[in-house]
Design a protein around this ligand. Structure first.
Ligand code: AMP
Ligand code: MG
Length: 443
């Protein structure tokens, strides 16, 4: 059986990141929150755009005031007032100063700002009571933060408020970002009913559909909920084919174990998929199945590409982009147990979606941190085990508290509140309370 690390490598190698041209769209700046930049951005502007004052005070010539002190003050004539947004008109001559406010443009001839607190003003005369520290004190030089033409933001950057502020300041009203991966979600099982259906004996609610849709959306992809399919090979085959044709990535849950009604693996082969992973030495999640579909060979017809390069889409309008024909599709057959489905998503699917989305390798995850376990952790040692619970940061140290109650993969209830998975490597059966453990944050 494959180790977790081997499976991770195989999965990441199957993912071909989005193409910066074909798999991108141009959107208005307000519509790109959480999206990933598809091309580097440069600006024609310098930042600051011009020399300006960092403080309220007086713009002076350093040579006029460099030797002054409270005992030997220097008086200068105020020839101009420079409020914000005003373009100075005067050239500072020897013995002259301009009143200047924070952010205002430095007047020609002046090279230094004396802060207000070190001056005394009477009408058109200002008395400088202390020499500035140096030539250029309290002046922000044009281009000190960024020089026109240099790289401003790199491709692959996730756009959040700080990056959007930078793009706005650079007057980038429209931005080319990667499209969001389309992820079809399919639940398999005769026992499953929808959230609003009455529950008969023997039935359970299809919670995976909701959990996976939430995880997909949180990863920045578009969940396409394809509902429940019974354990009937023909119906399941059709549903799987439709999901593969619709999306970049398919997540089905259930039907991948060795039970009598577990058809997913066989149907993946029937549909022309290439199976790369049939089982992983991980707990929970052992039956995770991974297949790819290159469109030419498979019996699956892909939707025509609706990609419209260069077009600007407004917020709320549906994405007109469907998975292009040429891309191969990845199918994850997740185990049906609700905990297994979540853990395998976090550990294997999420990094794959991040790679597909155009993020740089440093952002694919998962990350692990060292925490002290507040309780004993146990595993049978036969597989790499992931125990769910809560991470706390106490006095600068991470602590992990496993969820109380059973760590059965069927126990969905004690998963609520989980923000970390403690990892017990294969072969390790116990970590005593107070010892350190590697924890994978999941929020
Ligand atoms: P399976 O992998 O199909 O054998 O399913 C394993 C367990 O997970 C069974 O107890 C199923 O009832 C349960 N299960 C399967 N699919 C779902 C689902 N979509 N939502 C909640 N539980 C499920
Ligand atoms: Mg089943």
């Amino acid at each position: 059986m494959l180790s977790v690390a081997q499976a991770e490598t195989i999965i990441l190698n199957l993912v071909h990141p989005f193409d910066p041209i074909r798999d991108s769209e141009v959107l208005n700046l307000l519509d790109v929150v959480g999206r990933i930049l598809a091309e580097p951005v440069t600006s024609e502007l310098d930042f600051p755009h011009w020399d300006n004052s960092a403080m309220d005070g007086y713009a002076v010539r350093f040579e006029d005031v460099q030797f002054c002190s409270s005992e030997q003050p220097v008086t200068l004539e105020i020839v101009e007032e420079i409020p914000a947004g005003y373009q100075p008109q005067c050239q500072m001559q020897a013995g002259q100063a301009a009143r200047i406010l924070t952010g205002s443009v430095m007047p020609a001839g002046a090279d230094t700002v004396v802060i207000q607190e070190e001056t005394r003003r009477e009408g058109k005369i200002v008395t400088i009571l202390a020499a500035p520290q140096k030539l250029g004190a309290f002046v922000r030089r044009q281009g000190a933060f960024y020089q026109s033409g240099a790289p401003l933001l790199p491709a692959g950057l996730k756009l959040q408020a700080p990056e959007i502020a930078v793009l706005a300041a650079a007057q980038c009203a429209q931005v080319r970002v990667y499209r969001q991966p389309r992820v079809a979600i399919l639940s398999t099982g005769d026992e499953l009913v929808g959230i609003d259906q009455s529950l008969q004996p023997g039935q359970i609610v299809d919670s995976n559909q909701y959990a996976l849709a939430a995880l997909v959306a949180q990863t920045g992809a578009i969940p396409i909920r394809m509902g429940i399919v019974p354990d009937e090979p023909e119906a399941l085959k059709q549903a799987m084919a439709k999901a593969i044709a619709t999306a970049d990535v398919v997540l089905s849950s259930g039907g991948v174990s060795v039970g009598d009604y577990d058809y997913v693996e066989t149907l993946l082969e029937n549909l022309g998929g290439e199976i790369h992973i049939r089982a992983i030495a991980v707990k929970p999640g052992k039956p995770l199945t991974v297949a790819t579909f290159g469109n030419q060979e498979s019996g699956v017809r892909s939707q025509e590409s609706g990609a419209r390069d260069g077009e600007v889409r407004g917020q709320g309008e549906p994405a007109m982009i469907s998975a292009p024909n040429s891309r191969s599709k990845i199918y994850f057959g997740l185990p049906g147990n609700p905990v297994s489905a979540l853990v395998t998503f976090w550990r294997f699917v999420q990094p794959a979606l991040r790679k597909l989305s155009g993020l740089p390798q440093s952002d694919w995850g998962p990350t692990f941190l060292t925490a002290k376990s507040r309780a004993e952790l146990r595993s049978d040692g036969k597989r790499e085990s992931y125990l769910w619970g809560r991470l706390y940061l106490t006095n600068g140290q991470y602590e992990f508290v496993p969820a109380s109650g059973g760590h059965s993969s069927g126990n969905l209830i004690n998963l609520a509140g989980t923000n970390g998975l403690a990892v017990l490597p294969m072969g390790q059966t116990q970590i005593a309370a107070g010892e350190t453990v590697q924890v994978m944050p999941v929020r």
